[in-house]
Structure formats: C-alpha cells, structure tokens
Design a protein around this ligand. Structure first.
Ligand code: SAM
Length: 257
C-alpha cells in the first residue's frame, strides 16, 4: 500500500474521523437508509455512460474516500463478464484501507490533493466524502476528482437542502459541535447542492445533476449508530426537530477535452 507522507495534514484526520459512521454493527442501517440504492444507481450510470466494448478493455476506476470498500464491493457485483475493471482506492484511513479487499491498488492520502496524474482514470466514483472536510477542501476535492478523470466521474452527496440551506445548516451542524458528545467532530460541513454546484461552476467542471431527493428521519440513524443515551437522543431530536432530513444529490462530471 502506498503512503503519501506529504499529504499527512489536517484533512486526513477529518476524513479518518468520518469513517466512524461506517464502523461497528450499527453501520449497516445507516448505509441502507441513505445509500441502499447507490451501488445499483452508480452501476446503471456507468453502463449508460460507458457501454461494454466488443474488444477486450479494462476500465480504470478510482474510488475516492473508499474506506473498507463497502460501496466499491457492492458496485463491482453489479457488473457481469462484459466489464473488466482495474480499481484504485484512496482514503486517509489506513486501517480501513487495509481491510478494503475490493480494490487492487490502495493509496493512503488526502483526497483534496489526489496523488495521480491528470486524466489517470476512465471513471472516478465518490460517495459521501465531502461533509467531513472544510469548505475550501470540498472545492479542491471536487476539482481533483474532475482533474484525474479521463471521461467521467460520479459523485453522490448528502447534505443541506437547496431551500433555506443556511437555516438547516445552523441547526444540523450543532449535532457535531459537542451538543451530543459522541457525535462531536473537528470538521463537519454539510454543504447544499447549490453551494456545490457554484463551486463546480467556479472550477469549470462540466456536470449534470442526476439525482436530487430528500431522505427523512436521519436522527434515528445517529441515535442507533452511536447508541446514544436517552438524554442525548432527546437532544438530537430537539436539535433536528423540523430539520430531520438530508437532501441526497448525485452528479456526473463529463470531462471537457
Ligand atoms: C463516510 S465514509 C464513505 C466511504 C465510502 N465512500 C462509502 O460510501 O461507503 C467517508 C470516507 O472518506 C474518507 N475521507 C473523507 N475526507 C477525506 C480526505 N480529505 N482525504 C482522504 N479521505 C477522506 C474517510 O476517511 C472515510 O473513509
């Protein structure tokens, strides 16, 4: 496994902290509720964008923020023999990456500074990585995903709604500011799709929005996953109140040549 020492900076810790969401026995319901459909959804897009070729062809794929390959493993099982993949995974969390059996090549690093050449991958996928990074880093991550993609990238995100996003953020972010100690994070910023699209416009990314839906009842996921005490669970419910949802959005980036 390659390890890029130079990228051992703050964002790595933020990323690594995020991985707690996927750990332990309670990880599965969280993934099911928010992302139960996403392996099939991403696979459908890949098949639409890059239909199988008649001649033998191995498609290079990068999974950004791959963790233990939970998503990657499910994604790859969606394809038959008419597709061959050469998969690279990158994540800040070295321990999680060691358990990632879905990727052939594994790289420990900061996804805001991808250690790959321009156009290195036919397709780049990224699911649920942005919110654990500072706004400036989120912009860089999007730009980097676009830079290393030769043809397409597919990015899925959950965060603030398009409507009244700052109002939603000012409540939702309280979850991570110590009001419920088990949820405390150094960095959590649930950007809205509109913010992300503005950043992508600034970065000259050519994108299409391919999904935009509301996922309700997020509080119960936090409560179950972190086995919150009744007091903390009540606090989470009180904080989220009428903001107990996320907006889930996905984009395809098509690389301008
Ligand atoms: C919530 S998990 C999602 C894992 C996987 N993409 C999935 O959907 O199953 C977020 C992952 O992104 C990684 N991550 C977040 N920000 C990162 C950064 N700046 N650099 C490297 N990895 C990062 C975390 O370490 C974590 O493994």
């Amino acid at each position: 496994m390659e390890n890029f020492e130079s990228s051992k900076i703050n964002p790595l810790e933020q990323g690594a902290g995020a991985s707690r969401v996927f750990e332990g026995e309670m990880g599965l319901p969280v993934i099911e509720k928010i992302y139960g459909e996403s392996a099939e959804f991403f696979a459908g897009e890949i098949k639409r964008l890059l239909p199988p070729r008649l001649e033998a062809y191995t498609m290079s794929v990068l999974d950004v923020g791959s963790h233990r390959g939970e998503f990657l493993k499910d994604l790859l099982t969606e394809f038959g023999d008419d597709y061959k993949f050469d998969v690279t995974a990158i994540d800040a969390n070295e321990t999680a990456l060691k358990d990632n059996l879905a990727a052939k090549m594994k790289v420990v690093g900061n996804v805001a500074q991808l250690p790959f050449q321009d156009n290195a991958f036919d397709i780049t996928v990224m699911r649920y990585v942005l919110p654990w990074n500072k706004k400036e880093d989120q912009k860089e991550i999007l730009s980097e995903v676009n830079r290393v993609s030769n043809k397409y990238a597919i990015v899925q995100h959950s965060g603030a709604p398009r409507e009244n996003s700052s109002e939603w953020q000012s409540e939702f972010h309280k979850l991570f500011l110590g009001h419920a100690p088990k949820l405390q994070r150094e960095t959590a910023y649930f950007s809205s799709p509109t913010e992300i699209e503005t950043w992508m416009d600034e970065k000259g990314i050519n994108y299409q929005t391919i999904q935009d839906r509301v996922v309700p009842d997020i509080s119960e996921l936090f409560i179950a996953k972190y086995e919150l005490s009744p007091e903390d669970a009540a606090r989470v419910n009180e904080i989220l109140a009428d903001k107990d949802f996320v907006e889930q959005v996905a984009w395809v980036f098509e690389k301008k040549k």
